[in-house]
Design a protein around this ligand. Structure first.
Ligand code: NAP
Length: 349
């Protein structure tokens, strides 16, 4: 007999859904028992419906699973949702009302008062927002926000943060499949990603805020974001300028980043990287092709740490948008929920 949690993936045929499937193959606690997608895929097996776009083969155990409609009941204990935001909201509410724990990549519920916007290394204490009923929703942040909030967390706790200016360069896969038309993005940069700047600005402040009673009081520093789509397949980058609350040598920021650890590292969670933040000292790093897979795609990489002439300091951060920024983030959230007793394993034969 083994103790496992049965997982249903909503949006299992998509960019994030395929990452979830790949990362859950052989997971010690989580086993995929249900997949759901649009009516284009329903009624087919996962093997028929899904054009596998990751290196290697689709996990063979899933090939014969029937693709269901994303509505309860599904043959699983929890659902990981990677549905498009325009349909995720009511679907996730419906699953939570039916008693499922919903762990979502979508933006629909991120700012709800009773929904933790969780990065386990940064704000595990926000799990206190979960309502005391069986069904609930926990979300991971936007793919760029995760990297930005992870980078700011150690600075906020060691020096205080008074202002932040962020400029992102975001990969094509962040738009899902088929994403941005090749004729729009080849040899080009698009200085617009719908709603992205607003998401980064409000989500980061919720994540770095404090739980006060039934909601989060957001962090209060001003944060301004500009977002750009660039011709990179995977790996979001952000140039970040920050005004710290006290004077600090760049070496102190470096130390704050490299020594940063959180609850997942203390608990040794399966998907947690040893170091959530890595620092590269070479003058031309981080780079998407070279650094996005650091820590199995779960570490972010920071470089170019320096004083700044306008705010106090600046640096560049990079993370894998479909791993740390999406699928890996959701799986780490599920592992934290298990470790903290919000989810329970079941004995299966
Ligand atoms: P995607 O590649 O377009 O995949 C969308 C998935 O949702 C597919 O499985 C698709 O099924 C399914 N779907 C589409 N319309 C549906 C409908 N009406 N009913 C049921 N299922 C439907 O998108 P993605 O990049 O994986 O993104 C999924 C979610 O994660 C989005 O909310 C996105 O904002 C969020 N997210 C993405 C990233 C990233 O880096 N890509 C990062 C963080 C968060 P079919 O195959 O049947 O069409």
């Amino acid at each position: 007999m083994t103790a496992q949690l049965r997982v249903g993936i909503l949006g299992a045929t998509g960019t994030v859904g395929q990452r979830l499937v790949a990362m859950l193959e052989g997971h010690p606690q989580l086993v995929v028992t249900a997949v759901a997608a649009s009516d284009r895929s329903q009624g087919k097996t996962y093997g028929e419906a899904c054009v596998w776009r990751l290196p290697g083969d689709m996990p063979s155990a899933l090939r014969a699973l029937p693709v269901r409609s994303p509505e309860p009941p599904l043959d699983c204990d929890i659902v990981l949702s990677s549905l498009p935001a325009d349909i995720a909201g009511p679907v996730e509410t419906q699953f939570a009302a039916a008693g499922y724990a919903v762990i979502s990549n979508s933006s629909s519920h991120r700012m709800d008062d009773d929904v933790p916007l969780l990065i386990p290394e940064v704000n595990a204490e926000h799990l206190a927002l979960i309502p005391r009923r069986r069904g609930f929703i926990v979300t991971n942040p936007n793919c760029s926000t995760i990297m930005i909030a992870l980078a700011l967390a150690p600075l906020q706790s060691r020096f205080g943060v008074e202002a932040v200016v962020v400029t992102t360069m975001q990969a094509i896969s962040g738009a899902g499949y088929p994403g941005v038309a090749s004729l729009d993005i080849t040899e080009n940069v698009v200085p617009y990603i719908a709603s992205e700047e607003e998401k980064i600005e409000r989500e980061t402040l919720k994540i770095l805020g404090r739980v006060e009673g039934p909601r989060v009081r957001p962090a209060e520093f001003p944060l301004s974001a500009q977002c750009h789509r660039v011709p990179v397949v995977d790996g979001h980058m952000a140039a970040i300028r920050v005004q710290l609350g006290r004077k600090a040598e760049p070496a102190e920021l470096r130390d704050a980043f490299t020594s940063f650890r959180g609850v997942p590292q203390e608990l040794g969670l399966h998907t947690a990287p040893l170091c959530p933040i890595l620092v590269r000292d070479e003058p031309d790093r981080p780079q998407p092709r070279l650094d996005r897979d650091a820590g199995g795609g779960m570490s972010i990489t920071i470089g170019r740490i320096a004083r700044d002439r306008v705010l106090s300091h600046r640096f560049v951060a990079l993370s894998h948008n479909t791993i740390r920024g999406a699928a890996g983030a959701a799986i780490l959230n599920a592992e934290l929920l298990l470790a903290e007793g919000h989810l329970r394993l079941r004995n299966v034969h």
